[in-house]
Design a protein around this ligand. Sequence first.
Ligand code: C5P
Length: 218
Amino acid sequence: MIKKKNILKIAIDSPAAAGAGTLSKAISKHYNLFYLDTGKIYRFIAYLKINFPKKFNNKFVKSKIKLLKIKDLANKDLLSDEIGTEASIISKIKSIRKLVHSFQINCAYNPPKKYKGSCLDGRDITYNIIPDADFKFYITANVRTRALRRYKELKILKKNITYKEVLKSIKKRDKSDLCRKISPLKKTKDSLLINTTNLNKRACFLKIKKIIDRKINN
Ligand code: C5P
């Protein structure tokens, strides 16, 4: 696999609904970086499991990942809470993680020509996918704030779910993502902590932009 040199690589890890997706998109747009929401790949596999339970095995997933296009990840069906929960279950399977590994590495190190680099967010990006990233961030917020944000997003999508259910589901997902043996969510020593609890989207963006600009303009 080609690893392009002289590209800007940003790695972001975060628990569910911390605002990392929105921030990563804004950062990617500003610096002209290719953005990949890696959680969507696990959600895509969860979607396969739910919709094709009889066919679901490694070979089936491998064939689907081979054909996977970025635009497939924009499917709104992937955003449901049910898919998120299933994604956190299948993402514990070593063989599944192995199947999506090269897809992610390829996006990170070999983004399409029109981009100046890449920005990936997920759970294991800072230490597993882009260990040599130019910038590493751990984006978090308190669990109630995250649950409220996710609840509002799901309401916009007209999903039938209560705030209490979302909170419970996010707590469960945190536990699963933080405590699993394989590629758990963690803040690495070399990642900068950004707590978005009391910051709006613009303030978070400016905070990160300041950090990046300070380094790249020097
Ligand atoms: O980020 P999102 O909430 O869409 O991710 C769904 C699930 O996919 C997470 O709860 C996590 O279990 C899994 N995931 C992962 N590694 C990543 C990204 C997501 O295990 N890099």
